[in-house]
Design a protein around this ligand. Structure first.
Ligand code: AVJ
Length: 383
């Protein structure tokens, strides 16, 4: 029985990329098409590889999922810039993924609750838009708690769950597999921001990209459009996207969602510094930093920062850094959209909106979309 497949390979930058996934004992999710190691190495052994996609605009030097080198590179380059910043993907080590789960249960953090309500309320309208027997691919699956309503109602041929936090993902998928034993499931530890190539079955049957939680909101417009195009390339022509996004609303609702009085979001933000200390041998005095949330009206986004309470000096991987009192490390953006914003973003990313659902308060939205047919030149119409 295949219990664990874990592997890695070097890309052209010498960085270790992607490939590690595992199945819990007893899962055997796709025994019937297990592949075997051939002499020419690991790529034959794996059902698929993650690789550079030629349609990606520029060869970005993206760090591998959760690799030491990836973290090191992002921290050193981010901390060496004039405006210090570390990308939010590094929040999600085992501890950070758990803290994020705690955030989703906070009364102030409405997105998870609203999205779950939308999905279960409108599942009967959503399902017919998802086609038959397509491959469900979830980007940033995490605890995958929103997936069961889809798996229980839509007809999908298999489920591929991608997340940067491998251990966490494998646990979530193991319990989902127990709930739906007849659906083959594959947990894939990877950074979905890297261009990816999915199993052949996705292109054969068409994919349903599931991108919940407003994770898209972490990205600038340019990066969001690129990612939506990458999804389209990976999922194929006959694919569908089901996207959850957070809508623009009053600051009085937004700020507490990211700055809860219980301090859970603060712990989540500060865990990044603990992680750097743990994994890169840093000596950052974490207590010298304060969780800070800002509403950036002009850019329509929530920003999270770590603000130095006083002048501090520290070392990370043998590099020295100093920060002035009040100086911040920018750790996350969370864009908030109008319905029109998100429709335009989808269209720019190669997707036509086919469905839109929201909660009674209009806080959150789920949208379905279809790929814009290549060469289509849509005329003006009244819809
Ligand atoms: C997972 C990116 C959607 O932006 O709301 C929650 C992350 N950060 N609280 C969000 C987050 C602080 C979350 N996303």
């Amino acid at each position: 029985m295949l219990t664990r497949v874990g592997s890695s390979e070097k890309n052209s930058y010498g960085d270790t990329v992607a490939v590690a996934f595992a199945f819990s004992p007893g899962m055997e999710p796709f025994k019937h098409r297990q592949t075997y190691r051939l002499d020419d190495g690991v790529s034959q052994y794996l059902p698929f590889r993650l690789m550079r996609n030629p349609s990606f605009p520029a060869p970005t030097v993206a760090p591998a999922a959760n690799s030491y080198l990836g973290l090191l590179r992002d921290v050193l380059s981010g901390m060496g810039s004039l405006n210090k910043a570390i990308p939010p993907r590094w929040f999600y080590d085992q501890e950070g993924s758990k803290l994020f789960e705690d955030i989703t249960r906070l009364p102030q953090y409405y997105p998870t609750r609203c999205e779950r309500t939308i999905l279960s309320t409108y599942i009967r309208e959503i399902v017919p838009l998802l086609g038959h027997n397509k491959v469900l691919v979830e980007f940033g699956a995490g605890s995958a708690t929103k997936t069961s309503v889809l798996l229980g109602n839509a007809l999908v041929s298999e489920y591929i769950a991608i997340d940067i936090s491998g251990e966490f993902l494998r646990e979530s998928i193991a319990s989902l597999q127990a709930q739906f034993p007849h659906i083959p499931m594959r947990p894939v530890e990877a950074d979905f921001l890297r261009p990816m190539e999915l199993p052949h079955t996705v292109l054969q049957r068409g994919g349903i990209g599931f991108f919940p939680g407003s994770t898209l909101g972490n990205l600038s417009e340019a990066a969001a459009v690129n990612l939506l195009r990458t999804f389209g390339d990976a999922l194929g022509h006959d694919s569908i996207l089901l996207l959850g996004v957070d809508l623009l609303k009053d600051e009085a609702i937004l700020l507490p969602a990211y700055d809860d009085p219980q301090g859970v979001t603060a712990r989540f933000n500060l865990n990044l510094l603990h992680r750097i200390n743990r994994e890169l041998g840093g000596d950052i005095p974490v207590s010298a930093f304060k969780h800070e949330v800002r509403w950036n009206e002009g850019l329509s986004r929530i920003e999270m920062h770590l603000r130095a309470r006083y002048d501090v000096q520290f070392r990370v991987a043998d590099c020295s850094f100093s920060m002035r009192e009040g100086e911040t490390i920018h750790t996350e953006n969370s864009y908030k959209y109008t319905v029109r914003d998100i429709r335009l973003l989808l269209r720019a990313g190669g997707w036509n909106t086919t469905g839109f659902w929201t909660d009674p308060d209009g806080y959150f939205a789920v949208l379905s979309a279809q790929r814009v047919p290549i060469g289509s030149d849509q005329e003006y119409s009244a819809d």
